[in-house]
Design a protein around this ligand. Structure first.
Ligand code: NAD
Length: 374
């Protein structure tokens, strides 16, 4: 198969971590007989420096004609004084909007080797593997009307409104994504709402329940968002795919990030639009940019999501995730993961971590291929 990837590395640690992810994707393609083409493009502060705008039209064109977009991170304090729509971060918002993905996928996985990195007890996090499916284009963040009576507020009064709004069609399309993915995992969807108070949640619950009829092998449960916040910390192992509207998903997926234990480990994908967009969750981390301290595993696990959701190479995606586990189990740690209290750790740089994953992955693919050949 052929896959054309637009690679928008962006600012700060973006190019460092994306570089490692691209090398690994290249190796997977070569060893498994596929053709991946990587085409670089500018976004964020580097795009402002070169063209005066955070999302140049050439980048947008490149992204729209690619099969997938792999993004690093944007953000550069040198442009902090610009109006919000001219800053590096505006490039990210603009490309997300232009690509039009409505389902944001964010895994929350516990790694046995990192069990001491989470503030939760190891016996609580052991074996946790949750996939959040968050609706991304509707709900409170986009609903109309929205306004704030600023003048009245400065006179001592004031009022503001945001609107949580969903159509049934918007709920159905994201629910189908959740059920499809659950069907390939542990076959359980937990749909989160606030149906005891909000009409929009009652519509959400009714629409999700209807979609569940199309997927008889997948179990559906409903959770109210407030008790879900508690269950996620008490019994995270009970969840497989968690389906949420926009605001609830924003909050809950950040809460669940403590299960993994480092921001540098978290991948994401946004699917359902013209082109899928893949990006690690973290930002440009200017405090460590250029020091070799950035953890590339979030970007590398994002590459695994490219393999799964755009290249449809499930075995290769799972193999890459397994390799990351093995490298961590062997004690290799970037600075964000290192714990002075644990013996048997080796501190490694961004590129060393990339090489370790690359080396182990190519070894295991070679081994599999020679077994097939026998
Ligand atoms: P950040 O995610 O860049 O960094 C937060 C903290 O986590 C920092 O201490 C950083 O060193 C650390 N960190 C982040 N990623 C890491 C990694 N891979 N390895 C090791 N440590 C890592 O968030 P911030 O500091 O709030 O924002 C910095 C800039 O990034 C801002 O300009 C912000 O607007 C932007 N930002 C961009 C994105 C994005 O591109 N998706 C997301 C969040 C923030």
């Amino acid at each position: 198969m052929k896959l054309k990837l637009a690679v928008l590395a962006g600012d700060g640690i973006g190019p460092e971590v994306t570089g490692e992810a691209v090398k690994i994707l290249g190796a997977v393609a070569e060893l498994s007989g596929h053709t991946f083409e990587f085409v670089p493009g500018l976004i964020g502060g580097v795009a402002i420096a070169a063209t005066g705008t955070p999302l140049p039209s050439a980048t947008l064109e490149l992204a729209l004609e690619a099969d997938a977009v792999l993004l690093g991170a944007v953000g550069d304090a040198r442009y902090g004084a610009l109006p919000p729509d001219k800053r590096p971060e505006a490039g990210l918002l603009q490309i997300r909007q232009a690509l039009g993905g409505f389902a944001n996928l964010r895994p929350s996985v516990a790694y046995a080797a990192l069990s001491e990195n989470s503030p939760l007890r190891p016996e609580v996090t052991e074996g946790v593997d949750i996939l959040f499916v968050r609706e991304l284009l509707g709900g409170l963040y986009f609903g109309a009307p929205r306004w704030w009576d600023r003048a009245e507020t400065s006179n001592g009064g004031g009022e503001a409104i945001n609107t949580m709004r969903y159509t049934k069609a918007e709920v159905v399309r994201v629910a189908r994504v959740a059920f499809e993915l659950a069907g390939k995992r542990r076959k359980k969807v937990t749909s989160v709402d606030k149906a005891n108070v909000l009409e929009v949640s009652q519509l959400w619950r009714a629409a999700v329940t209807e979609v569940a009829q199309e997927y008889p092998s997948v179990t559906l449960e409903h959770q109210l968002v407030d008790s879900m916040a508690m269950h996620l910390m008490n019994t995270p192992r009970n969840f497989d795919v968690v389906l949420t509207e926009n605001l609830f998903g924003d909050i809950l997926s950040d809460e669940a990030a403590v299960i993994t234990g480092s921001l540098g480990m978290l991948p994401s994908a946004t699917i359902g639009g013209a082109v899928n967009l893949y990006e690690p969750v973290h930002g440009s981390a200017p405090d460590i940019a250029g020091t070799g301290k950035a953890n590339p595993l979030g970007a590398i696990l994002t590459a695994a999501m490219v393999l799964r959701h755009s290249a449809h190479l499930e075995n290769e995606a799972a193999g890459l995730e397994q390799t990351v586990r093995q490298v961590l189990a062997a004690g290799h740690r970037t600075a964000d993961l290192a714990r002075s209290s644990e013996a048997g750790q080796t501190l490694v740089s961004t590129s060393e971590m990339g090489k370790l994953v690359h080396h182990r992955l190519t070894e295991s693919i070679d081994r599999r291929q020679s077994l097939h050949a026998v």
